[in-house]
Design a protein around this ligand. Structure first.
Ligand code: MLT
Length: 267
């Protein structure tokens, strides 16, 4: 797997294809393999890049503080610099969406278009921040299995639990592979993320907002509000999918993503 020394860590990423770049940013507490199906099925003429965000997968980070969205955004911009990619489509799921919005704030000129999946622009309120601290404590006390037990039941659609046990198991092992310390640090990093709502009206690149119809964490009304706040944004709600729409209904996710990519001008 390609990797490079960037911003003080060895950042690893999966890569496939040639042409206009599409950068996939995974959610919490997953890693680049969340995007395996999308990386494999990206149409010809596109170059898929799926990094392990700092602290996850093979991108180890021995630091101690919160893993902030700004740091992740700086890491992926450094990756684009390393690969001499000027502009890219960015596709972020959940926490990956927070990182995409941080990237838009820090380096808007690097975005060609934006795909926001199962995510939202609001910062955490007081209760959500308390819950993040509890998650961090639990991860440090009980390890990743403790997080799987509380988080997994909320992540997936009922239909995924009943009809696609292999998807449930795949996500479970992905989450169990996460380092408890990174889970804790990422939780604390998400708790301090900025309010991205003021950014939305000024977005000038094409945007696709999509997510699972049964997403309990970012429900359809939240996605509708996100899409409505972004000029010209497309909205797609996917059946038979919860919060991890690309894994739960990859056919619907890929069809929405590929149609969006095909619609981009001068591509
Ligand atoms: C994720 O899937 O990345 C998380 O649900 C994000 C969050 O906890 O806010």
């Amino acid at each position: 797997m390609p990797h490079a020394r960037l911003n003080g860590i060895d950042l690893h990423w999966a890569e496939r294809g040639n042409g206009a770049a599409v950068l996939f940013l995974h959610g919490f507490p997953f890693n680049r393999t969340l995007w395996d199906a999308q990386v494999a099925s990206l149409p010809a003429g596109r170059r898929a890049l799926a990094p392990d965000l700092r602290g996850f997968g093979a991108s180890r980070d021995a630091g101690k503080g919160p893993l902030t969205m700004e740091q992740h955004a700086a890491d992926v911009v450094a990756l684009l610099d390393q690969l001499r990619i000027e502009r890219t489509v960015v596709c972020g799921l959940s926490m990956g969406g927070y990182v995409a919005l941080a990237m838009l704030r820090a380096a808007p000129e690097r975005l060609r278009a934006l795909v926001l999946s199962d995510t939202h622009a609001e910062p955490d309120g007081a209760a959500a921040r308390e819950a993040r601290i509890a998650t961090a404590d639990r991860a440090r006390r009980e390890g990743s299995a403790g997080i799987v037990a509380t988080l997994l039941p909320r992540l997936l659609a009922e239909s995924t639990f009943t009809q696609a046990p292999e998807v449930v198991e795949r996500l479970r092992s992905l989450m169990e592979a996460a380092s408890p310390e990174s889970i804790a640090r990422a939780s604390l990093g998400m708790a301090e993320r900025a309010d991205s709502r003021p950014l939305l009206a000024s977005i000038r690149v094409p945007v696709l907002v999509l997510g699972g119809e049964s997403d309990a964490l970012t429900p359809p009304a939240v996605l509708r509000a996100l899409a409505a706040a972004i000029p010209g944004a497309r909205l797609e709600q996917l059946p038979d999918a919860g919060h991890v729409a690309n894994l739960e209904n990859p056919a619907a996710f890929d069809s929405a993503l590929h149609a969006f990519l095909a619609s981009l001008p001068n591509d």
